[in-house]
Ligand binder design. Structure first.
Ligand code: HEC
Length: 224
C-alpha cells in the first residue's frame, strides 16, 4: 500500500503536468498552429497595399523595331555622296548603296547626305563645315557655291551675281567625273586634278574617301 501511494503521488506530480503540456502542444500543433484559422480573421489573398504595380509600360523594342539608330550601315563619306549622285541626286526619295559589309542599304539626302556638308568636325576633327565657306549668300560665298541646301547644291558653283544656275558640280549624275568628287576624293591628301581638297585645309591623314560614317539602314530591315 505504501508503494502504491508513492506511485500515485509520483504520477500526479510528474505525469499530470506532462499530460497537460502534451495536451496544450497537441492543441497548438493540430489546431491553428502558425495559421490564422483560429483568429476568425480571414487572411486576404492580396495585400491591401499594392507592393507591386502592374507593368503597363510597353516592352522594350529590339532590332529594327527600335529604330534606325540601332542598325546602321557603314560607308565612307565619298561613297555615300557618290551613291546619291549616281541615283540621280533625289531630294526626298530614298536611294540605295552597298555598305562596307556588302549589305544593300537605303538612305536619303536629308537624313544621311546633307550633314556631310553642313556639320563641322565630320570629315576630320577640327574640320570646318562646307557651309562655313559655301553658304546661302552666294554672292559672298566661296566660289559662289551654296552647299547649305538641296537647291543650292543642285544649282552648282560659280553663280556670279546670284545667278540661279551655275556650274554643275554633280557631273550630270556621273559621279567620278563630277567636280564634287574631284574636290573631295583625295588619295594621300592630294586631289587628282591638282586643286585644293575639300574641306579646305584637310590634312593628308584623312582617308582618300573621307571618314567612314554610320548612315542609312539595311534594306531587309528598313522595309518593316
Ligand atoms: C574654309 C573654307 C572652305 C571649306 C570649309 C570648304 N571649301 Fe570648298 N572651296 C573653298 C575654296 C577656297 C575653293 C577653291 C579651291 C581651289 O580652287 O583650289 C573651294 C572649291 C570648292 C569646289 C569647286 C567649286 C568650283 O566651281 O571650282 C567645290 C565643289 C567645293 N569647294 C566643295 C566643298 C565641299 C563639299 C566642302 C565640305 C566637304 C567644302 N568645299 C569645304 C573653300 C572651302
Amino acid at each position: 500500500m505504501k508503494d502504491q501511494t508513492k506511485t500515485i503521488i509520483f504520477i500526479t506530480m510528474f505525469g499530470l503536468p506532462v499530460l497537460v503540456l502534451a495536451f496544450i502542444f497537441g492543441m497548438y500543433a493540430f489546431g491553428c498552429a502558425t495559421t490564422d484559422s483560429c483568429t476568425g480573421i480571414e487572411k486576404s489573398a492580396v495585400t491591401p497595399i499594392p507592393t507591386l504595380i502592374a507593368a503597363t509600360m510597353p516592352a522594350p523594342k529590339v532590332g529594327a523595331e527600335a529604330g534606325p539608330l540601332v542598325v546602321k550601315c557603314q560607308v565612307t563619306a565619298v561613297d555615300l555622296i557618290g551613291a546619291w549622285v549616281t541615283a540621280g541626286s533625289p531630294e526626298t526619295d530614298a536611294f540605295q548603296f552597298t555598305d562596307l559589309k556588302e549589305q544593300t542599304c537605303t538612305a536619303t539626302f536629308k537624313a544621311d547626305v546633307q550633314k556631310l556638308f553642313t556639320e563641322a568636325n565630320l570629315w576630320y576633327s577640327g574640320a570646318a563645315a562646307c557651309t562655313t565657306c559655301h553658304y546661302a549668300d552666294i554672292e559672298k560665298a566661296t566660289m559662289n557655291l551654296d552647299m547649305s541646301s538641296y537647291a543650292g547644291i543642285i544649282a552648282g558653283s560659280q553663280r556670279k551675281d546670284g545667278a540661279p544656275k551655275g556650274n554643275d558640280i554633280l557631273g550630270g549624275g556621273d559621279w567620278e567625273t563630277s567636280l564634287l568628287y574631284q574636290m573631295v576624293y583625295a588619295p594621300d591628301g592630294v586631289s587628282t586634278i591638282g586643286r585644293q581638297v575639300m574641306p579646305l585645309a584637310r590634312p593628308a591623314s584623312v582617308p582618300a574617301e573621307g571618314p567612314t560614317i554610320f548612315a542609312g539602314t539595311p534594306v531587309e530591315l528598313s522595309s518593316e
